[in-house]
Design a protein around this ligand. Sequence first.
Ligand code: ZN
Length: 367
Amino acid sequence: MANREKNKKTLLELVKLPENSCCADCGAADPDWASCTLGIFVCLNCSGTHRNLPSVSRIKSIRLDFWDDELVQFMKANGNRAAKNLYEKFVPVFYYQPQPDDCEVLREQWIRAKYERMEFTEEKTERPYTAGVYEGMLWKKGKDNGQFLERKFVLSVHDFTLKYYKEDESKGPKATISVKDLNATFQPEKIGHAYGLQITYCVDDHTRNLFVYHKNGRVNLWNFLFFFPALFPIILIPWITRSYLKEGYMEKTGPLQREPFKKRWFILDSLDRKLLYFKTRLDAIELGVVFIGSENHGYSVRECVPKGTRGNKWKCGVIVETPDRQFVFMCEQERDQREWVEALKTVISKPMMPQDYTTEANIRRRR
Ligand SMILES: [Zn+2]
């Protein structure tokens, strides 16, 4: 019994050391779990992924589980820094390393690559995802209806494009998307599938959304692992994935602010400084877009209780001032209102980059 207490105390001291104080896999603070086969401390979320890899990792709670002397010594001899030196020694510079808020898919890719496939323990010149052309089937939501149909997707690393085809391939691709103009976010809840993905790209200055999922994601994990890094090579992830700063419904009125409010699905893309809105959250094409510039250029945001508005069911107002127009949005709850103001402030407080001026001019021209 004495050992049990002593071992627990040692573990709690170990996890407080700077080298162990963040999750070994995603960097989240104060990990509460440990892999006693890999000798690392991880957060609750990453521990879940480790549990699915019994051949390489065994997870224990550092507070609740029993630890014998030998295992505690093993943890002491290893730890997160030692594991990083071993398992992350040759991570390519472009390789995406997940953050604490990233979804399960990205974490799982990273953890499997590190410990199961040991991809980064040695220097390699050829990696599977740097080869040429990949293709596979994804289920894609129809543009104007909710029906998902199986479509062939082809990713070419040579010309850096993603194409997809309808049943009759002889007609050529339905779309050819330059990977540079493409954004992909994992959206399991929105699409209603564990491996649901929202692919966004621009056509003539308009945003187009594709909602897809891979059928075998859950059932056959290997199939998925082969397919997904193929379709979205993980080295491209920094190019193509950005999580939207905030998404959700708000009500919106027209330019005179006397038009009736309509409920719209909003997406704030902080990288492109765009607040996009759609009729519903699974719409292929946006209804409109508001450019969000910086404070120095006359943009601001604040909470408000607007007077004289009508048709709004919701009461928590957000006002966005732009040099040429004031926008009024209504949120259902104070929490949404606060989150929208905070998210918009984050964008407004960032200085504008040269390309932002082009985006701003294009959006104004469209109006
Ligand atoms: Zn973690």
